[in-house]
Design a protein around this ligand. Structure first.
Ligand SMILES: [Zn+2]
Length: 68
């Protein structure tokens, strides 16, 4: 998914594997956003759960995946 850094305003991408890992982490820890690090300025950018879900619509919560 594409992210625009809130600090330096440069765009950068995070891969689908990282998006899935982030969603897994958020489900496990009941988080509402995830911090990604800008590769240009090293500042953290918050990404909301909804934004991550839009980038990985096939992701399922671990519990839901186990039930289906
Ligand atoms: Zn930046």
């Amino acid at each position: 998914m594409q992210i625009r850094c809130q600090n330096c305003h440069k765009p950068y991408a995070i891969g689908k594997e990282e998006v899935h890992a982030a969603l897994d982490l958020m489900a496990a820890q009941d988080l509402h956003h995830y911090d990604t690090q800008c590769p240009h300025c090293r500042r953290a950018n918050h990404v909301s759960h909804d934004e991550l879900l839009r980038a990985a619509p096939d992701w399922k919560k671990p519990t839901e995946a186990a039930e289906s």
